[in-house]
Write a protein that binds this ligand. Structure first.
Ligand code: SAM
Length: 206
């Protein structure tokens, strides 16, 4: 099939993207790695020895960043619909986070260990119908927040990708009922034209 104009344009942009080029040089699996690096430099989320849950982890850039900071200490439990090429120190669960059985598997793999950080970069496959896509992405973010609230330690943190649009303000309002401090982050690697922002919740409320 002949590539469409938009997919050719996407490919051209992708190849010329400085973060894509840097990721290739640095050995990161995705340009997304630089989003977490920048947020972590500002907010100091990742600490040696902690248990981190990475939702929507494939291809694994965020896992690599977390793993590099934690070294042999701590643990990353990653989950995605798609397979993840193995990474040292990362336990991976393949499945749909919306599925109860998958959530149960994730909970089992925690073995009751307290979670210090939940990071969610989940984004649904975009259908092109913006209202549908927005609803789906808010739903994933809501599930991630519920999981974080149920499993984080009191001083744990929750970082989640949310798209601005319908439901965004309500999501932020809900997040403020669960965390003492909620801030928005737009790292340089997040494209200006993308409505995505990362919300960070710290100080879990009872
Ligand atoms: C932007 S990518 C994540 C990139 C990753 N943070 C990295 O650094 O490489 C979003 C991921 O969310 C996953 N995803 C979307 N919906 C999901 C769901 N319902 N359950 C689990 N993963 C999901 C996709 O498969 C995709 O791999």
């Amino acid at each position: 099939m002949k590539p469409s104009k938009t997919s050719k344009q996407w490919m051209r942009e992708h190849i010329n993207d400085p973060f894509v080029q840097q990721a290739q040089k640095d050995g990161y699996r995705s340009r997304a790695a630089y989003k977490l690096i920048e947020i972590n430099e500002k907010d100091h989320l990742i600490k040696p020895g902690m248990v981190i849950v990475d939702l929507g982890a494939t291809p694994g850039g965020w896992c690599q960043v977390a793993g590099a900071i934690m070294g042999e200490t701590g643990k990353v439990i990653a989950l995605d619909l798609l397979p993840l090429e193995p990474l040292r120190g990362v336990e991976f669960i393949q499945g749909d986070f919306r599925d109860e059985a998958v959530l149960k598997k994730l909970e089992e793999s925690l073995q009751g260990k307290p979670v210090g950080l939940v990071i969610s970069d989940m984004a649904p496959n975009f259908s092109g119908v913006s209202a549908v896509d927005q609803d789906r992405s808010i739903y994933l973010a809501e599930l991630a927040m519920e999981f974080a609230f149920d499993h984080l330690t009191r001083d744990g943190s929750f970082l989640v990708k949310v798209f601005q649009g319908t439901g965004f303000e309500a999501y932020m309002k809900l997040m403020r009922t669960k965390f003492t401090r909620v801030v928005a982050r737009k790292p340089k690697a997040s494209r200006d034209r993308s409505s995505e922002v990362y919300l960070l919740g710290t100080g879990k409320l009872e």
